[in-house]
Design a protein around this ligand. Structure first.
Ligand code: TRP
Length: 385
């Protein structure tokens, strides 16, 4: 019984200064660290490697890693659709564990592209010092890709291939249009010439633009120089002439990849304003030869209604190449807990790569979605996964 006349005591008032602060807001660094730790586990990297790589990515991001997630991405990185300056990818080969890679924009948040470029160069040189590799090939190109007033959409991106042992292989991506789109061809031609690939430029296919110029740095058996070409409104038949690699993938193989990745067999589902398909032409060996590698990238998110559909396409391809399918769905679960049919763009690209003397590889590029999930293209009800 409640004794009459007794007052329920009021909650004591806590003086302002004694309030326990609310849990600090999650930062971009927390978000990507959580994803990366889980992804490392999916590909069989041990905890020591995983923690080391989380640290490297956070250092590469710089101050942006501390930024609370409720604030928008600074400087609107072009690296991903929602401007997260981080993207993951898995590279699959028959009979082997997939390799985890992470793409980062080190200068994101530097304020403008010129500063971003300087920050990017500083970061790459710091990684080079830490792991004892040279940056001479990058240094040779600095004036070409880092003009005083650079144009967008990027200054420098850096990808790390996360190998067991804690020392990643490093790739650097530069903008051929840094001095303006009209200078892109001349810039790439000159960069190739300086790196000893005098005739490489003439081997490139006709394209709707040169998007990236990339260099392998660090511990590679055969470091590559790569040029990325854009191809708008490409058809399956149109993929045939894109590979300029002697002994490269057959037209039928590339076409079959394209058909499956774009969903052409299912009648296709094209969103308006689709991103171009991209091709990468890799040059390694003796000057004068054609490219020794070819990769085709399909922006699967512009050809599917939701990520469940994109995953089905990826799984069909993995199956075709005799690659175990489990790691990819595990990787998606490592990155997000949302339903796959609730969004579109978690799988950004699917790619097929051929490199001379190596088995074919398939790649899936996974968005971090730190800031935004793109809605599905059509309501699909309960039909998806
Ligand atoms: N977000 C850009 C694009 O969609 C750049 C990019 C990120 C990209 N990852 C990629 C391009 C993988 C090709 C393949 O084009």
């Amino acid at each position: 019984m409640i004794a009459l006349g007794r007052r329920v005591p009021e909650a004591p008032r806590i003086p302002e200064a004694h309030r326990i602060p609310a849990a600090p807001a999650e930062t971009l660094g927390d978000h990507t660290a959580r994803q990366l730790l889980r992804l490392c586990e999916v590909v069989g990297l041990g905890p020591a490697d995983a923690i080391g790589y989380v640290r490297v990515v956070s250092q590469a991001l710089g101050p942006v890693a501390e930024r609370p997630l409720h604030l928008p991405s600074p400087d609107g990185s072009a690296l991903s659709d929602d401007h997260t300056p981080v993207e993951y990818s898995l590279s699959f080969e028959p009979g082997a564990q997939p390799t985890l890679r992470v793409l980062v924009e080190p200068g994101c948040g530097a304020g403008d592209l010129a500063r971003s470029g300087r920050e990017g160069l500083r970061t790459v040189r710091e990684l080079a010092r830490r792991w004892g590799f040279g940056t001479e090939r990058l240094d040779l190109l600095e004036d070409l890709f880092f003009p005083a007033s650079p144009q967008g959409p990027l200054a420098l991106w850096c990808a790390l291939e996360l190998r067991p042992g804690g020392i990643p292989k490093v790739k650097v991506y530069l903008n051929p249009a840094a001095s303006g789109p009209e200078r892109a061809r001349a810039t790439v031609r000159e960069a190739m010439r300086r790196l000893g690939h005098q005739r490489a430029f003439d081997a490139l296919p006709t394209a709707d633009g040169l998007l990236y110029f990339a260099l392998d740095l660090g511990d590679w058996d055969e470091p590559r120089v790569k040029v990325y070409t854009a191809h708008r409104d490409l058809t399956a038949a149109g993929t045939a002439g894109l590979s300029r690699m002697p002994g490269g993938p057959g037209a039928a193989e590339v076409e079959a990849f394209f058909r499956t990745a774009t969903g052409a067999e299912e009648g296709g589902y094209g969103l308006p304003d689709r991103r171009p398909v991209q091709a990468c032409h890799a040059f390694t060996g003796p000057a004068g030869g054609g490219p020794s590698g070819f990769t085709l990238y399909v922006p699967v998110r512009d050809h599917a209604r939701h990520d469940g559909e994109a995953l089905e396409r990826a799984e069909a391809l993995l199956h075709r190449y005799g690659i175990d399918r489990a790691a990819l769905s595990d990787a998606l679960a490592a990155v997000t807990s949302r339903r796959l049919d609730d969004g579109l763009g978690l799988i950004a690209y699917l790619a097929l790569a051929r490199q001379q003397g190596r088995p074919p590889r398939l790649m899936a590029y996974l968005s971090s979605e730190a800031y935004r999930v793109r809605p599905p293209a059509l309501p699909v009800g309960a039909a998806g996964r």
